[in-house]
Each structure stands twice: as structure tokens, then as C-alpha cells.
Design a protein around this ligand. Structure first.
Ligand SMILES: [Zn+2]
Ligand SMILES: [Zn+2]
Length: 238
């Protein structure tokens, strides 16, 4: 974005469409059907996932920071219930994503059918510990970045302990499998963002995943959806 465009966006955000004055610049109103209500409420997946591997491209509906500013001012006086539109939008987005996760899980299960349930359970244990390490590392980095060195160190100690547990679990798993099949990359699907995670992905890769923009973006969308549901429920019970 050029400096000029950045300045324009900033002013839009601050003042809404009122700064257009009586200029000829024609704008639609924030309540227009063509305006993305999720964008007004700052939760459109097209914004949240932009720049990630699952970038959705441009939203089909209008995104305009000035209209969001107008809406924020107007919504102080009146309820517009755009939360309903946003909830429908996010609900269908998440449902699509969960369907994809199911399909991916099913095709994985088919390809790994030959592994016995017992061995699969052992592999599952390694998966769990591996992901725990990734999550803890991401957390430690977050704490470190916030300057919370002591807490970050505590989490790192936990990482060490979990690594030991993982090595043990790996040993148990390895000894139950012929060497050749152990080498095969075993995958699982992330329940949050439906990305594939490898059983043998190293800590670094997993930390990148759990602390990454894509995974965190999905957490944000899911949390937003929950917030919208709670908000709308509070009206239905009135
Ligand atoms: Zn949108
Ligand atoms: Zn994920």
C-alpha cells in the first residue's frame, strides 16, 4: 500500500464516510445488501486468512473501512443485528472446513488401514505428545516475545519433560512396527485448520504450525463464531 493509500485508509477508519463531505464520491450505505456484514464486525475470513496458505482471495461482498466506522458509530444508537448475517457466514465457512477435515481424515484412515488398531493407538500417543510440544513451544515464544522471561522458561521446562515422554512413546511405537513401515510418513489432520501434520514433523515445524497465521486465524474465526452465538442467544432469551 502506498503512503497515500495508507493515509486514506486511516482517515476512513477514523471518520467513516462523513469525511467525504459533499464530494461526488458515491458510496453505498453500510446497511446495503452488498456490504459484507462480517467485515463490519471485523470477522470476515477473507480478512483473517489473507496472506496465509488458505488465502480466500477477495470477498464477494464490499469491504470498506469507512463503512465499518459508520456502522460502529450508528450501532451505538441502534441494534442492526448484523451479527445474524455474520454468524450465518462464519457458520457455513466453518462447516465447509470441518467437512474438508472429515474427508481428509477418512482418506487418511483408508490409506493407513493396514496398521492395526493397537499400533495406531501407539502412534496416536506420539502424535499427541508431538503436538503438545509444538503448542508449548509456540506459547513459550509468545511469552518470550512479551518479555515474560520467567513464565517462558517454565514452559520450556515443560517442553523438555514432554520431549522425554515423546521419546519413550516413540520407542514403544517403533518396537511394535517393522522398521520399514516406521519410515513411512504418518499424517494426521489438524482439527482446527484441517492442515496435515506429520508424525515425524520436528518441534520447529509444529511450533510454526500452532503459532502460525493460518492456525491462529482459524482459532480467531471459531472464537468469533462462538461470541456471535452467545451474543444472539442473549437476545433470544429475552
Ligand atoms: Zn467479507
Ligand atoms: Zn492447525
Amino acid at each position: 500500500m502506498s503512503a497515500q493509500a495508507q493515509m486514506r485508509a486511516m482517515l476512513d477508519q477514523l471518520m467513516g464516510t462523513s469525511r467525504d463531505g459533499d464530494s461526488t464520491r458515491q458510496r453505498i450505505k453500510f446497511s446495503d445488501e452488498r456490504v459484507c456484514k462480517s467485515h463490519l464486525l471485523n470477522c470476515c475470513p477473507h480478512d483473517i486468512l489473507s496472506g496465509t496458505r488458505m488465502d480466500l482471495g477477495e470477498c464477494l461482498k464490499v469491504h470498506d473501512l469507512a463503512l465499518r466506522a459508520d456502522y460502529e458509530i450508528a450501532s451505538k444508537q441502534q441494534d442492526f443485528f448484523f451479527e445474524l448475517d455474520a454468524m450465518d457466514h462464519l457458520k457455513s465457512f466453518i462447516a465447509d472446513c470441518d467437512r474438508q477435515t472429515d474427508v481428509a481424515k477418512k482418506s487418511l484412515a483408508d490409506s493407513q488401514k493396514e496398521i492395526s488398531a493397537e499400533v495406531a493407538a501407539k502412534a496416536e500417543k506420539v502424535h499427541e505428545l508431538n503436538e503438545e510440544i509444538g503448542k508449548l513451544l509456540a506459547k513459550a515464544e509468545q511469552l518470550g516475545a512479551e518479555g515474560n522471561v520467567e513464565e517462558s522458561q517454565k514452559v520450556m521446562d515443560e517442553v523438555e519433560k514432554t520431549r522425554i515422554r515423546k521419546r519413550e512413546a516413540e520407542e514403544i511405537y517403533r518396537s511394535s512396527m517393522p522398521a520399514s513401515s516406521f519410515q513411512q510418513q504418518k499424517l494426521r489432520v489438524c482439527e482446527v485448520c484441517s492442515a496435515y501434520l506429520g508424525l515425524h514433523d520436528n518441534d520447529r515445524r509444529l511450533a510454526d504450525h500452532f503459532g502460525g497465521k493460518l492456525h491462529l486465524g482459524f482459532i480467531e474465526i471459531r472464537e468469533k463464531l462462538d461470541e456471535l452465538k452467545v451474543f444472539l442467544l442473549s437476545f433470544s432469551s429475552m
